[in-house]
Write a protein that binds this ligand. Structure first.
Ligand code: GLU
Length: 457
């Protein structure tokens, strides 16, 4: 059996979209699953709309996601160059082949692809002009995902514009031939182009690759395809927000594919092992940011402590999160490990941990009004302050026992102490366990904050 060769062929005309990432991922998965080659080809023939900035975003995003390419820009390969803007000579040779074979002709300065079949002139009402119709057999596409598709191509089409620029259909097919592509896996929006492409493959006497058109990604709310303008549509946004690429890859793999059971979190090796084209759904997939956030949380939770802390530091460094980064390393680690099971993403960390790194932490007024308005918080606070010097701060448990002892001595519940302590120590009513907060802050800071709060309120 010949080796699978698939390609991801983005046009660098905009930021790198979730849908593009998913197309790249499905190609990469198929290559890795079959032991084939994954090729990156840049479709940058539209000089006016391309930019190097967008090109770099494509490279960066693919690398960040871990979708390494076997051939393409930056890594080379036997079938280069891999940027269409550098392949002009190759297109000329292929166009000449069609001209020589009588399958292309010049008209009005452009070069047209010639369909085979009986020709007749008809007046097209919609376009209000006479056009040449060609009577052809339907083009058959046995799509690996869509199944049997038939389309009729009945008009010649331009393959080289009058300005000399080759058209997408031509360069796309020529490169798939010249690069030995065996499977074309791409978005369903290209299905309408495929009959033209099949006719071109045949005219070149090339074998037609397998096609697999993957379903669209629908926007989260409302009808229609997710577009670059939709919130959460750009890969770099997730990179900036500190999402774990493994979590995003896992999430993307499930946008239109399932492993045959209801598993969701799977290591990439497992996804590679199970991924195959018959498992790709025909129906469209709907984007769901909650599911993505949840996936990220599950991945964060399972990160080994050292890795988690290292990644947090990298993220906070990119955010220039001064006070946290200036803190003692051991203290920083304790704070972050306390937060690890509580956060959905790194982006929550700066505000979630603010009170660990400054004495100027914000006090939530609503929370304050609520806590101060219930029971006798000032009395509880005084009792807690009195217990501080003798309390054992060694572990969460010893602290918990200490608070319980105070509560029992005063015939109160644990909760009455925890709510006022949390308010005084953190300014809020959310966060890690109060005992964890107290242990990490340490007796001195805890005492000072409790005393300070009591004096001010
Ligand atoms: N450049 C095309 C696109 O970005 C690629 C189409 C294909 O994969 O064949 O949509």
């Amino acid at each position: 059996m010949s080796q699978v060769r698939v390609r991801f062929a983005p046009s660098p005309t905009g930021f790198f979209h979730i849908g593009s990432a998913r197309t790249a991922l499905f190609n990469w998965l198929y290559a890795r699953h079959t032991g084939g080659q994954f090729i990156l080809r840049i479709e940058d023939t539209d000089k006016e709309r391309n930019s190097d900035a967008f090109l770099n975003v494509i490279y960066d995003s693919l690398k960040w996601l871990g979708l390494n390419w076997d051939e393409g820009p930056q890594v080379g390969g036997d079938f280069g160059p891999y940027r269409q803007s550098e392949r002009g000579e190759i297109y000329k040779i292929y166009v000449q082949k069609l001209l020589d074979a009588g399958r292309a002709y010049e008209k009005d300065g452009a070069i047209w692809f010639k369909l085979l079949g009986e020709r007749s002139e008809v007046f097209d009402d919609r376009r209000e002009k006479t056009v040449t119709k060609v009577k052809t057999e339907p083009t058959v596409i046995e799509d690996r995902i869509r199944g049997h598709v038939e389309r009729i191509e009945d008009e010649d089409f331009v393959i080289v514009r009058s300005d000399g620029n080759p058209v997408f259909h031509l360069v796309n097919v020529v490169d798939d031939i010249a690069m030995g592509i065996t499977h074309v896996i791409r978005g369903e929006d290209h299905l309408s182009n495929t009959s033209k492409h099949v006719e071109l493959f045949k005219a070149f006497g090339a074998s037609v690759p397998e096609f697999a058109h993957i379903p669209l990604i629908l926007k989260q709310n409302g009808p229609g395809k997710m577009s670059k303008r939709d919130q959460g549509a750009l890969v770099e946004e997730y990179q900036r927000r500190g999402f774990l690429p493994d979590a995003l890859v896992n999430f993307l793999s499930l946008l239109g594919w399932n492993p045959g059971d209801d598993r969701e979190k799977m290591p990439i090796e497992e996804i590679v092992r199970l991924f195959d084209l018959p498992g790709v759904n025909q129906s469209n997939a709907r984007f769901d940011d909650k599911k993505l956030a949840h996936m990220n949380m599950v991945y964060l939770l399972e990160l080994p402590a050292d890795e988690f802390v290292t990644k947090v530091r990298t993220y906070l460094t990119a955010q220039s999160a001064g006070p946290a980064l200036a803190a003692d390393e051991g203290y920083f680690r304790e704070v972050m490990l306390l937060s690890q099971p509580k956060i959905k993403g790194f982006e929550e960390l700066p505000s979630y941990t603010v009170y660990f790194f400054t004495e100027n932490y914000p006090i939530d007024d609503k929370v304050k009004t609520k806590v101060m308005g219930k029971g006798e918080p000032k009395v509880r606070l005084a009792e807690l302050i009195a217990a501080m010097p003798a309390m054992d701060f060694t572990t969460d448990e010893s602290i918990e026992n200490g608070i319980k002892a105070v509560a029992e001595a005063n015939t109160q519940g644990f909760g009455a102490y925890q709510s006022i302590a949390r308010l005084a120590l953190t300014g809020t009513n959310v966060g890690p366990s109060i005992t964890g907060i107290m242990r990490v802050l340490g007796r001195d800071k805890v005492s000072a904050r409790l005393v300070g709060f009591a004096a001010a309120n």
